[in-house]
Ligand binder design. Structure first.
Ligand code: CP
Length: 310
């Protein structure tokens, strides 16, 4: 079991805890291959998915993970909750706690929202993505996918390319991969690289590299992780046109050839095809994008199991 009530970010997770989650996920992966995909592990537990931002993968995979562990799972979105009538997030959380929820998975546009809830609730809080801050379960499923393919998490060159400024995925992955001694190359157009990024991340700065050159990032990479342009978080224009963006920062098969011959291509989804990644690369032989989705269920089963006690 994890010796913590909540899972709020990768920054404060130790390597041992990360490995414990990945090892447990390996055991749970098998459950999804059975004809009856269910174990009684969390029977009697209640999990609430509280999503204030759109989600397909995270919300659905937490729901599937909870149900495969026999927990009761309830989904609440901002449009169908009393938040739409003006109720505060804190009152919403206290209300769910009064109903004896065991775990609340929250996604919110405000960085730190899960941390606020964690201080107020008896329920375990899992961060399903908070603003531009962290998306810890995404980084864990990415690490799971990388470990499955590369058999290690250390001594890799991982290029993370795209909208770094708005990306909680980049932040969580940088924390995780540098903790294990892999070299992370964050690559973005100058306008999409946040100022002071080298101070924000991370404790293991010798493993962090910043570049505006996609060729430099991709060259000899073991892993290339493309990020979505988050148009919904942009209040101004960050580049002249999508066409120009794709020309300089889109992953094409020609660019992918600069990486190692056994490179894996990742994307957390949802993808903007033709913006940050070409369709033939997204669907090509080096892509592990759907493996990431499958890993999401196993990793979230492991997280729920390790937090809620089984
Ligand atoms: N990667 C990810 O968080 O996807 P969703 O927004 O669909 O949950």
């Amino acid at each position: 079991m994890l010796k913590r009530k909540d899972l709020l970010g990768i920054e404060d997770l130790g390597r041992e805890e990360i490995l414990e989650i990945l090892d447990a996920a390996e055991s749970f992966q098998e459950v999804s291959t059975r004809p009856i995909k269910k174990v009684p592990t969390l029977r009697g537990k209640t999990i609430i998915n509280l999503f204030f931002e759109a989600s397909t993968r995270t919300r659905t995979s937490f729901e599937i993970a909870g149900k495969r562990l026999s927990a009761d799972v309830v989904n609440i979105s901002s449009s169908t909750s009393s938040v739409s009538k003006g109720e505060t997030l804190i009152d919403t959380a206290r209300t769910l706690d009064a109903m004896a929820a065991d775990c609340v998975v929250i996604r919110h546009s405000a960085s730190g929202a899960p941390h606020t809830l964690a201080k107020l609730t008896k329920a375990s809080i899992v961060n399903g993505g908070d603003g531009s801050h962290e998306h810890p379960t995404q980084a864990l499923l990415d690490a799971y996918t990388i470990r499955q393919r590369k058999r290690r998490l250390n001594d890799l060159k991982v290029a993370i390319i795209g909208d770094i400024a708005h990306s909680r995925v980049a932040r969580s992955n940088t924390h995780l991969l540098t903790k294990f001694g892999s070299h992370v190359w964050l690559c973005a157009a100058p306008t999409l690289m946040p100022l002071g990024i080298e101070r924000i991340v991370c404790e293991n700065n010798e493993f962090l590299h910043l570049t505006n050159s996609m060729d430099e990032a991709v060259e000899h990479a073991d892993v290339v992780m493309m990020l979505r342009i988050q148009f919904e978080r942009m209040t101004e224009s960050f580049f002249p046109s999508v066409r120009e963006y794709f020309r300089y920062y889109g992953l094409t098969s020609a660019r992918a050839r600069w990486a190692k011959p056994d490179v894996i291509i990742m994307h957390p989804g949802p993808m903007n095809r033709g913006v940050e990644i070409a369709t033939d690369v997204a669907d090509g032989p080096f892509s592990v994008i759907l493996d990431q989705v499958s890993a999401g269920v196993a990793v979230r089963m492991a997280i729920l199991y390790l937090l809620l006690g089984g």
